[in-house]
Design a protein around this ligand. Structure first.
Ligand code: GUN
Length: 297
């Protein structure tokens, strides 16, 4: 068997088109332009790449992009003051503080300073609680992207056995909550899970989100299962070059799976597309406007 490829790159382009069309409506009908503020503290190279890409795509869909690049030694006080300023700025509808923060800054404190309705990452404790209790919330972008692809491929997810490998606050835990809300039977597996290969072999759907290159081999996959690979890992090759690989071993998994997301071109592009969608959702909610392109509720 050779797996169907779930094309996240193409899917993300359709999400961006919907976002762009909604942005145009908001401008024409209400004279509102959604604005996304991205805050980067320090010079982490990977974070710089992500922030640049977020800014570029924000502008491409017609929204305003506000970027704040702060020195690595920025004080917590200064960062919190900036968040307060963005919270009260009516032109800013979404606020994203790029993680990880330098170690002298308290991530939890900083994230929880963002107004929940502007928290387009869905990391604020209020949004975490709302999602966990199946209420309207801002939903973290990467798990939202995975869910949209799964819904598109499978239709109903009700009753599916899903194993989420990884228990991070950013992906694993919210992914499990979203799938539970879809009436899946969800297992969260992690580094201490006993007999991980056997646990994964039970899954109709595997979401690999551990951040370890090619950790999930094909012989852990039930024939015909769907593999959603959240990992983006850069590895060195023998010839001195580097390449991006996921958390699943692509060739061996694709040989047994029914469907699989590639790396690159799978989950990655959906994450930023969902960030743009969340910003439109936040803008509509803040302005009490209907949001027919809300992708969840
Ligand atoms: N760093 C890695 N992924 C993310 C994300 O989804 N949001 C933020 N803010 N930082 C990240």
């Amino acid at each position: 068997m050779s797996a169907n490829i779930i094309d996240g790159k193409a899917f993300a382009a359709t999400v961006r088109e919907k976002v762009a069309s909604k942005v145009a409506d908001l401008k024409n009908a209400h004279n509102i332009t959604p604005g996304l503020a991205v805050v980067l503290v320090g010079e982490d190279p990977a974070s710089q790449v992500y922030v640049r890409s977020k800014g570029k795509q924000t502008l491409e869909v017609g929204m305003n992009s506000i970027e704040h690049k702060l020195d690595p030694d920025t004080t917590e006080e200064a960062l919190l003051a900036l968040i307060d300023e963005l919270n009260s700025d009516p032109a800013v509808h979404g606020i994203l503080v790029q993680l990880p923060l330098p170690s002298h800054l308290d991530e939890t404190l900083v994230i929880n300073r963002i107004l929940p309705e502007k928290d387009v990452d869905g990391f604020h404790i209020s949004n975490v609680g709302l999602l966990a209790t199946s209420q309207k919330s801002m939903v973290p972008c990467t798990p939202l992207g995975c869910l949209l692809m799964l819904r598109d491929y499978h239709g109903s997810l009700s009753g599916k056995n899903v194993v989420v490998v990884g228990r991070s606050n950013i992906v694993g835990k919210p992914m499990a909550q979203l799938l539970l809300n879809e009436s899946c039977t969800v297992t969260i597996a992690h580094s201490r899970t006993v007999d991980l290969p056997d646990v994964v072999r039970n899954a109709d759907i595997v979401v690999a989100a551990v951040g370890r290159p090619e950790m999930v081999p094909g012989d852990w996959i039930k024939p015909g299962a769907t593999v959603i690979d959240v990992g983006i890992n850069r590895i060195s090759l023998d010839n001195g070059k580097t390449k991006l690989v996921g958390d699943a071993e692509y060739e061996s998994c694709a040989a047994v799976a029914g469907a699989i997301t590639p790396v690159p071109g799978g989950v990655g592009p959906m994450t930023i597309a969902c960030l743009l969608a969340n910003t439109v959702t936040a803008c509509c909610r803040i302005n009490n406007l209907p949001n027919e392109e809300s992708f969840l509720q």
